[in-house]
Design a protein around this ligand. Structure first.
Ligand code: ASP
Length: 437
């Protein structure tokens, strides 16, 4: 006989999964049962679901800045040798950019083989006005904050990273005199991790609300028109996750890819439901440190940086989309154009933060570089919401996989934790009865 477990004894992963499935079912049911109900639309979809979903995302975002700041300072001042930072930075940026180039190259090749844009219906595609995308030189200049408080207030991840690194190095250089500040940040970091665990308790409800609202509104008609583009993109995203990342984990670090995929469940579900690598930073950090055994000094650096500069899933979308749009509009691109696409998309991913839909803005920038019509963006917009969810899950998987590889190389990966299937699971629960007063 089927035994139903009480809700509180389920793991977070199971609860979030249930929230997600119920949310999708709720959304689909509500659109078919009450397609024109003003009451459902006003009080349920745009009322309750919208409020709960927004509160959930806002709470995740609330954690991001203090978490990056405290954990990165802790990580930097605990490094035994500050010159490690240079090497770490070089390696991290190098591997991130390389995987992004690999991703977009595969995407372009996939697009050229499958030819998803041939015969696409272009009617009604000329209404799109793209958002402004950053100029490439500004991307580099803007990494340095003129006002660290302003950077913290506006949540500019790269600027926060730069300031936190310098601050951490200075604490370490102050020796005994800086010890009090270092201890303060170590405590703050512990408190922040507890806050993450605390807010995870609302995750199943937040995920339910986000999914339910999305599936009440999403346009499925567009998928039928763009079926080849949609399926090709999903296949390439899956391939990048299962082939590229898994072989990199195995070949570069000798790590078991299945263990990695299993432990990524939570973070991937968060990325899927929020469509934001940035909002997923707290969960990615928890996953790699508590569940996979990466030390905080590595993860605090590589995860926020990855959420900002490493977007392989997004790059894959841009590769396929460029080929698709060029085929749909009957414009031939040469090898030089494709190289420009690879370069521009890789650079664009450095300058844009991981938030929902940013991939489309970056795509506009790529199209402009090779002279393709910006209306192309409107062409794929209808299916982008769903694809954004999947590619964000791939984006953060890349951050976590590369974090594990770098940690292994630096001797900062606890293999006992990595190989233990239950590692970190008990940290999900906070028992307030045993908390200190
Ligand atoms: N939503 C993606 C992310 O946050 C970016 C994108 O592809 O639009 O990683």
């Amino acid at each position: 006989m089927l035994k139903i477990k009480p809700w509180n004894s389920l793991t977070l992963t199971t609860k979030v999964l249930i929230g997600m499935i119920l949310g999708i079912a709720f959304g689909l049911l509500s659109r078919s049962l009450f397609p024109t109900s003003v009451f459902v639309d006003t009080y349920v979809t745009e009322g309750l679901l919208h409020v709960v979903g927004r509160i959930f995302i806002t709470c995740l975002q609330m954690l991001v800045v203090p978490l990056i700041f405290t954990s990165l300072i802790c990580g930097t001042c605990s490094l035994r040798d500050v010159s490690v930072l240079g090497r770490l930075g070089f390696k991290t940026v190098g591997i991130y950019l390389t995987t992004t180039c690999i991703a977009i190259t595969f995407a372009i090749i996939g697009g050229l083989i499958v030819r998803p844009g041939i015969g696409a219906n272009l009617e009604g595609t000329s209404t799109f006005t793209p958002g402004s995308s950053p100029a490439l030189v500004d991307v580099f200049i803007n990494i340095f904050p003129s006002n660290p408080v302003g950077a913290l207030a506006s949540g500019n991840t790269l600027q926060i990273i730069v300031f936190a690194l310098l601050f951490g190095i200075s604490i370490a250089a102050s020796g005994e005199k800086g010890k009090k500040v270092a201890d303060l940040f170590v405590s703050l970091n512990e408190v922040m991790m507890k806050l993450v665990a605390l807010l995870m308790n609302i995750a199943p409800y937040g995920v339910f609300a986000l999914m339910a609202r999305l599936f009440t509104q999403i346009e499925f008609g567009a998928i039928a028109n763009l079926i080849q583009y949609f399926v090709l993109l999903l296949a390439l995203l899956a391939m990048h996750l299962l082939v590229t990342y898994c072989s990199l984990l195995k070949l570069l670090a000798g790590l078991n890819p299945l263990t990695f995929l299993k432990k990524m469940e939570d973070a991937m579900m968060f990325a899927f439901s929020t469509s934001s690598s940035n909002a997923t930073i707290p969960v990615s950090m928890e996953t790699v440190t508590r569940r996979m055994g990466v030390s905080n000094s590595i993860a605090s650096f590589t995860i926020p940086m990855g959420a900002t500069i490493n977007m392989d899933g997004t790059a894959i979308m841009q590769g396929v989309a460029t080929v698709f749009i060029s085929q749909a509009f009957g414009i031939d691109l040469g090898l030089g154009d494709y190289l420009t696409v690879i370069l521009t998309a890789t650079m664009a991913s450095v300058g844009t933060a991981g938030v929902p839909g940013v991939g489309l803005v970056m795509l506009a920038m790529v199209l402009q570089q090779v002279g393709l019509p910006l209306e192309g963006v409107a062409l794929i917009m209808g299916v982008d919401r769903l694809l954004d969810m999947v590619r964000t899950a791939v984006n953060i998987s890349g951050d976590c996989a590369i974090t594990c590889i770098i940690a292994k190389h630096e001797g900062e990966l606890n293999m006992d934790v990595y190989n233990d299937p239950d590692a970190g699971l008990s940290d999900e629960r906070i028992d307030f009865r045993t908390s200190t007063h």
